[in-house]
Design a protein around this ligand. Structure first.
Ligand code: URA
Length: 209
């Protein structure tokens, strides 16, 4: 069974409260999502491996640490996942970014991929799938499935807000994928919105309705 990490750093919780507030407009919403994403990126990368390297400071030679492990890939699920990309890239500028777009088929209710552009070497990268809201878990599970079908072997899922239903769905489908969430909310409502949540993350990011 995968692990679920709730990121209860005070800065994350403070900024998330501002993000949730319905009076927060799109500009501030985007900035806050970027800032929280950067803080999440910091937490999610705690387990990156390091190696010893020799460098020379202005004073003397020394042995110090630098990242040594596999390269990273950030995979936003369109469209709301786009809001998290810049925050991750601020901390991980060498990461490549792949995009996955999904819609729900109105008849089968299954997620259908309409766009997918990924780094060619995803099998050699640690992938971080980003989507602000883990609601039913349908899109996240499908996106992870598409990545695995294309050879991905190391995947984490990072969300701003999740709920027990979505977490259970992803854990069921992908017991190898750890989930990182700023805050786990109470439940889904009948319209598949997270309660209390923040409303529609895509609409709030991009000012649509
Ligand atoms: N997607 C959103 O943007 N918000 C929700 O509450 C659920 C899914």
């Amino acid at each position: 069974m995968s692990k679920v990490f709730e990121m209860n750093h005070p800065l994350i919780q403070h900024k998330l409260s501002l993000i949730r507030d319905k009076n927060t407009g799109s500009k501030e919403f985007r900035e806050l999502v970027k800032e929280v994403s950067m803080l999440l990126a910091f937490e999610v990368t705690r387990d990156l491996s390091l190696e010893d390297v020799e460098i020379e400071t202005p004073i003397c030679k020394m042995t110090t640490k630098m990242l040594s492990g596999r390269k990273l890939g950030i995979i936003p699920i369109l469209r709301a996942g786009l809001g998290m990309v810049d925050g991750f890239l601020n901390l991980l500028p060498a990461a490549k970014v792949g995009h996955i777009g999904l819609y729900r088929d109105p008849e089968t209710l299954k997620p259908v991929e309409y766009y997918c552009k990924l780094p060619t070497d995803i099998n050699e990268r640690d992938l971080i799938v980003v989507d602000p809201m883990l609601a039913t878990g349908g899109s996240a599970s499908a996106a992870i499935e598409f990545l695995k079908d294309r050879g991905a072997t190391s995947i984490k899922l990072v969300c701003l807000i999740g709920c027990p239903e979505g977490i259970a769905a992803v854990q069921d489908a992908h017991p190898d994928v750890n989930i990182y969430i700023a805050k786990i909310d109470e439940k889904l409502n009948d319209h598949a919105y997270i309660v209390p949540g923040l409303g529609d993350a895509g609409d709030r990011l991009f000012g649509t309705k």
